[in-house]
Design a protein around this ligand. Structure first.
Ligand code: HEM
Length: 140
């Protein structure tokens, strides 16, 4: 990601956090609309789950300048996701639901530049998790 993209993601994320709970609900409603087969993987409370996803993205954005710590966090998270039954191809579906949510949540603020910046961020996060999933570590 370019420094400009990091900045665009940071600024737009502040706006998403203003509507955090609504954004989380929008996201999961969209995810299960486009991929109903994923519903049974989620056992816990969906409001809490939606908050966790948004909190993780906040951590990822906060750590963009500390790549080593971020990679470590994502690799451990990837291994837990393998245990949840998550497959590589699910990351694209989740990415699609996320971008759709940002579009709905940010409205006109979701400019092509902001969209490109989020696409780059999610792509990097998903790639790190997918790469780690196939490595299979002892840490869980
Ligand atoms: C950038 C990508 C993703 C992020 C940041 C993320 C974040 C999280 C976080 C923070 C948790 C809480 C538990 C933990 O840390 O292990 C979680 C759980 C979970 N995630 Fe993800 N996730 C991502 C991608 C996915 C994908 C692609 C799927 C596929 C459907 C998925 C399905 C799940 C499931 C099934 C759980 C457990 C829910 C439960 O216990 O009820 N996640 N995720």
């Amino acid at each position: 990601m370019t420094p400009e993209q990091v900045q665009l993601v940071r600024l737009s994320f502040v706006k998403v956090m203003d509507i955090k709970d609504a954004a989380g609900k929008l996201f999961y409603d969209r995810l299960f609309a486009i991929a109903p087969e994923l519903r049974s993987m989620f056992k816990g409370d969906m409001d809490a789950q939606a908050r966790k996803l948004m909190d993780t993205l906040a951590v990822a954005i906060g750590s963009l300048r500390n790549a080593a710590a971020l990679t470590d966090l994502l690799e451990q998270m990837a291994h837990r996701h393998v245990k949840y039954g998550v497959k590589d191809e699910h990351y694209a579906t989740v990415g699609e639901a996320l971008l759709w949510t940002l579009d709905k949540g940010l409205g006109p603020d979701f400019t092509p530049e902001v969209k490109a910046a989020w696409t780059a961020l999610y792509g990097a996060v998903a790639k790190t998790m997918i790469d780690a999933s196939s490595k299979g570590l002892a840490v869980a």
